[in-house]
Design a protein around this ligand. Structure first.
Ligand code: 4NP
Length: 150
């Protein structure tokens, strides 16, 4: 199972989602990566506040580097999780067919099916926003690992 986590910058939310899911997946056959719909931060490390909140929970995400989501990702991944509705629509815009489209999901729908809730963008807020994002993603990833890890 190959899973891609996607947000806008690939420096705050999706690097956390990638790190959290990987940390739960160590003994399972699962490949996890992340990307951004924008190219604003390509090649950058995750935001320091994401690195710190992950570290607080025993997860090292400092080796990740941001990259942009591309249409070829539809070929390389089974599930593509969007962090918010704007990411969802930007990803779907790049889909080439129905099979591509069906791979795209809202990550918080794993917790609250069909509600289409968004993981709030913590970029312009304080540190508590990053802890809040961590907790939401941890809950979603716990469900994901139980559903898809073989
Ligand atoms: P992310 O957060 O999408 O969770 O990585 C953001 C990072 C950067 C910007 C916006 C959101 N930005 O506008 O530069």
């Amino acid at each position: 199972m190959k899973i891609l986590m996607v947000c806008l910058g690939n420096i705050c939310r999706s690097p956390l989602a990638e790190g959290i899911l990987k940390s739960k997946a160590t003994t399972y056959q699962i490949f996890v990566d992340s990307a951004g719909t924008s190219a604003y931060h390509v090649d950058n490390q995750p935001d320091e506040r994401s690195i710190i909140v992950a570290e607080k929970h025993g997860i090292n995400i400092s080796n990740q580097r941001a990259r942009k989501f591309i249409a070829a990702d539809f070929d390389n991944f089974d599930i593509i999780y969007a962090m918010d509705e704007s990411n969802f629509h930007d990803i779907v815009k790049l889909s080439r067919n129905n099979s591509d489209k069906q791979k795209v999901r809202m990550i918080l729908n794993e917790i609250h099916p069909n509600k289409n809730n968004s993981v709030p963008d913590p970029y312009y807020g304080g540190n508590e926003g990053f802890e809040n994002v961590f907790q939401m993603l941890d809950e979603a990833c716990e469900i994901i690992i139980k559903k898809y890890a073989i």
